[in-house]
Design a protein around this ligand. Structure first.
Ligand code: 2P0
Length: 311
């Protein structure tokens, strides 16, 4: 048996849209931070047939089945029992597929002796779920052309940002990300502008991270998030991942910033708000968000390590 741990990551410059070719390549460069406070634990054991057990329940995940088939096209991988648990809501905009595929390839690599280095693990993770490529690494991570293997930009101790996740729903999302981003590519009138501006946002965010310039990172990350949600909202049928509580949390973050706190929000394909802040503002942000109507609970996290085998 081999056990691996991986953490979800939160994109500050988002991936929303794929290239029109096989291999699950993002259409735009994107970058993220890996969160220490949320964890996926995945155990892999030999079995007589493939079985996938999520939170103790046997499930059939077509994406996982296809990915294993592709992996077996290159490597000799025996039938496996894969057991996985997340200590956070699954398929609810908290990047469970990122940590899931990252933990899985890291576990299989060791268990089956595939001999992959981290970059190659990242490439295999990307084929399962593109955001998973980033969770192979800790700290600040970029997923960029031409290889589209994730690249570690800076370790977690380069800039000890903290994240307060305001959980506003534990329900799985109604439209999964892969389907949603394809809908946006095909129907949003603003999709081409989104793709065109991505490299500029990526460069601005990278520069802000290198220079630890919080106001610059806040400006580009918040705007990039709102651009992505504009693409989602203008897809047909619309993709609306916001709830009244998400909007209230965005307003609360803006008020905190006006009051002098170093904080900005970001949101993914789900109603949870992620408030990224400097450690001096974390307690105030967590307290304010936990009192915002509709917030079920808050999770505080520092930046963490990449995916790793633990036994
Ligand atoms: C991101 N998201 O950059 C963006 C922001 C959601 C919103 O990456 O189709 O689950 O499996 O490659 O990786 C979610 O997309 O999609 C995602 P697939 P994935 O974090």
């Amino acid at each position: 048996m081999t056990t691996a741990h991986a953490h979800p990551n939160i994109a500050l410059v988002k991936y929303w849209g794929k290239q029109e070719k096989p291999g699950n390549f993002p259409a735009t460069p994107n970058l993220s931070i890996t969160l220490a406070g949320l964890t996926t634990v995945t155990r892999v054991t030999n079995a007589t047939s493939d079985t996938f057990v999520l939170h103790g329940n046997t499930t059939n995940d077509p994406k996982l089945v296809r990915w294993l088939e592709t992996l077996r096209g290159t490597f000799d991988v025996p039938p496996l029992q894969i057991e996985s648990e997340n200590d956070f809501p699954t398929s609810a905009g908290l990047a469970s597929s990122a940590s899931g595929f990252a933990a899985l390839i890291i576990a299989i690599n060791t268990h089956c002796g595939l001999g992959l280095n981290q970059e190659m693990c990242s490439e295999w993770a990307r084929m399962g779920s593109a955001s998973a490529a980033r969770s192979i690494f800790g700290g600040f991570v970029a997923l960029v052309p031409p290889q589209w293997q994730a690249i570690p930009m800076a370790k977690h101790d380069h800039w000890p940002l903290e994240v307060v996740v305001a959980v506003t729903s534990n329900e799985p999302k109604s439209v999964n990300s892969g389907e949603g981003m394809e809908r946006s590519r095909l129907t949003s009138p603003y999709y081409n502008a989104w793709v065109r501006d991505a490299a500029t946002d990526f460069a601005a965010a990278s520069e802000a991270i290198v220079g630890r310039d919080f106001p610059a990172l806040a400006a580009v990350a918040e705007l990039n998030c709102l651009k992505m949600h504009s693409i989602m909202l203008t897809s047909q049928p619309t993709l609306s991942y916001w709830t009244p509580a998400s909007i209230a949390c965005m307003d609360r973050v803006r008020s905190l910033r006006e009051a002098g706190h170093d904080v900005f929000f970001t949101m993914d394909a789900g109603p949870q708000i992620k408030a990224v802040c400097l450690p001096t503002s974390t307690d105030a942000v967590a307290s304010a968000l936990s009192k915002t109507p509709g917030v079920l609970n808050v999770i505080q996290s520092s930046l963490g390590e990449g995916a790793r085998v633990v036994t």
